[in-house]
Design a binder for this molecule. Structure first.
Ligand code: PBG
Length: 332
């Protein structure tokens, strides 16, 4: 509720905008490097920093360079890194066994970060798409992504990530019942303090295009993900999914994509007051970085404005490919 205000000229809203000092004092939300989770693409090799063509400024890094990134995150004040593996094509199979290989790319990168900068929180992605010949997040049976059998595999994947040292498990698969299954398995296997950041409201979005290039899943993907990811037309459903995931043991929740779904962020925060994150996804990054590269918009200012919007919408933090660049700017 807004307080009743005297009419003009007793109330001149421009007074509080007159000087930089007044504007700073009356600013409602702030942005800090500690708001960011930095998504990083991992690939095989050594000393590799391979540009992702559809994401100007973003690279795939070999595990040794991920360790470098962790040291960079620490010096910039970024608290967390989220790992996405570019699995070599020959390790992608119908049974997705590479997903729970203790020595897969994601697990090796987790250990490398924990060696290089143990205070950085490692978040890992739970979903089968980087390991699946179908490019789908779960097992495909007769053209349908099956739920329960997929959840059993996701549990194996998450346990291997926790054993490697992951601090935050991020299930991005959108299967039903996975949060409860993961929570129970983590408790049973001695990982009671591993946090679950559930991609609770993840939409079937065209904004994921550049990401699928980055992890090599776009060529592999057969069909779409509409039978498990949400319909972009829905909003009440997001609240039901968040309520369900919190009841099953999620510690934090995510809305994804970010900018086109700020209304969902606000509704989730207002309804639950739970730690709420947004993922400013690859297509959002590509729009901003691509337009800036062409000189059509001011890259730094649109980046900061877009990130501030997440805070204003009620988010506690944001997964963003801009994390190091925005942190550098904020640190002066
Ligand atoms: C898949 C996954 C996707 C993203 C994160 N995890 C893509 C998808 O669902 O197809 C997208 C992230 C981005 O676009 O930046 N489990």
């Amino acid at each position: 509720m807004q307080p009743v205000q005297a009419p003009y000229p007793a109330t001149r809203h421009r007074r509080a905008r007159t000087t930089a000092a007044l504007r700073a004092l009356t600013q409602e939300v702030t942005l800090s490097p500690s708001d960011f989770i930095w998504p990083i693409f991992v690939t095989e090799g050594e000393g590799v920093m391979e540009p992702v063509p559809s994401m100007p400024g973003v690279v795939r890094r070999s595990v040794d360079m991920v360790a470098e990134a962790a040291r960079e995150a620490r010096s910039l004040g970024i608290p967390a890194i989220c790992l996405f593996p570019y699995t070599p094509m020959e390790r992608r199979t119908a049974d997705c066994a590479e997903a729970w290989n203790p020595d897969n790319l994601s697990n090796r990168a987790t250990r490398a970060i924990k060696d290089a900068a143990p205070e950085i929180a490692v978040m890992t992605d739970v979903a089968l798409d980087p390991y699946n010949i179908d490019g789908q997040d779960g097992f495909v049976r007769d053209g349908y992504v099956v739920n329960d059998e997929t959840v059993d595999a996701l549990v194996k994947q998450a346990l291997s990530q926790a054993a490697a040292g992951a601090d935050i498990i991020g299930p991005s698969d959108m299967m039903d019942g996975r949060i409860g299954a993961l929570r129970a398995a983590l408790e049973a296997e001695g990982h009671a303090n591993v946090a679950l950041l559930s991609y609770s409201a993840k939409y079937a979005s065209a904004f994921y295009g550049p990401f699928r290039d980055a992890v090599g899943a776009s060529g592999a993907l057969k069909g779409d993900k509409a039978t498990y990811q949400m319909n972009p037309a829905n909003s009440d459903e997001a609240l039901r999914l968040v309520a369900r995931d919190l009841a099953e043991g999620a510690d934090m929740v995510m809305v994804k994509p970010g900018m086109p779904y700020l209304d969902i962020c606000r509704r989730v925060k207002d309804a639950f007051g739970t730690p709420t994150f947004a993922y400013q996804v690859s297509g959002e990054y590509a729009m901003l970085a691509g337009a800036a590269e062409n000189g059509w918009i001011d890259g730094d200012r649109t980046m900061m404005e877009s990130l501030m919007a997440f805070k204003r919408a009620g988010c506690d933090g944001v997964l963003t490919y801009f994390a190091p660049r925005a942190a550098r700017l904020l640190n002066g």
